[in-house]
Design a protein around this ligand. Sequence first.
Ligand SMILES: *Cc1c(COP(=O)(O)O)cnc(C)c1O
Length: 347
Amino acid sequence: MFETAGGLLSIDLSIIQANYRRLCDELNGKDCSVVVKADAYGLGLEPVSKTLWEAGARTFFVALPDEGVALRHILPDADIHILGGLFKGSADVYTTHNLVPVLNSLEQIQDWQNRARADIQVDTGMTRLGIAPKDIGQIPSGLDIDVLMSHFACADERDHPLSIQQIETFAQAVQQIEHKRASLCNSAGIFLGEQAHFDLGRPGCSLYGINPTPHTTNPMQNPVHLQGKVIQVHEIDTQQSVGYGATYKLHAGQKLATIAVGYADGYLRSLSSKATVYVGDQAARVIGRVSMDAIGIDVSGMKCEEGQYVDVIGPHNTPDDLAHWAGTIGYEILTSLGRRYKRVYKG
Ligand SMILES: *Cc1c(COP(=O)(O)O)cnc(C)c1O
């Protein structure tokens, strides 16, 4: 195949559907919404949200009103909610596009003036967005509340005392405020068990293959495959250094391949000399610094030729693996995936 991009990014939509069904199973009959903020975590709002709609998802969460407007054009009948709240002065945007704001403060409740149904977020311990439990009594009656929600701070850590406390605080709020659906669980929360589920799950990362249970085997599958193009192969005959800063020395007899993927593509610079790329089934270490448009990998003893592709992200080096090598989280790897790759959607 003749390709002129530095990387081929393939996203398997059937895996995203399978992950959705896996989460529905885990919720055991409770409803499951989906979070598609930040361009569906970097994987593409349009194909991903259409695929989730096809799989049966009806309630969609995004962060920003802009994202809600974009999603409204893609899914005219979806139930779309805006996690970031009611942006000051823009209530008309929500009304025009039938977007449900998550009201995060008493002031937002006032600004909404009962235009239509809205969500309410109670802050049970994340201290990011939401109404403090002590202010619940000040929520005016007569508000048509759809989703009453809150968000976990530490659900990905097993038996964290804050999670237990948040479940208790939220359960009290559920008693105090009239609402249609109660929702507490992000991906990791869904795996905390039934007492955390309430009426509606709200997963994001796990749909896209990130492990919601980092302390144990990933129950989700990875839909992302990123192949990088080999654009030069160097047979080393005398000792020499590799890349900016000359941080790594190659010895005579070693072989280096240059791959056309760099930090401008979201291949984080902190992966320098840390990550592994796969040439077929063989592991090849990234050596030297990641540059803007390229990385070097050690392919000594391997068959590796100009023009071929290597697995930059794949079954042996998942987004979670890259995150581990880079000192970050899989979310940041996915949402950093670059714009220069040729994108292919499968399934
Ligand atoms: C992003 C987000 C989610 C989804 O979280 P994941 O950890 O990706 O499953 C759910 N709820 C809120 C409020 C969020 O901001």
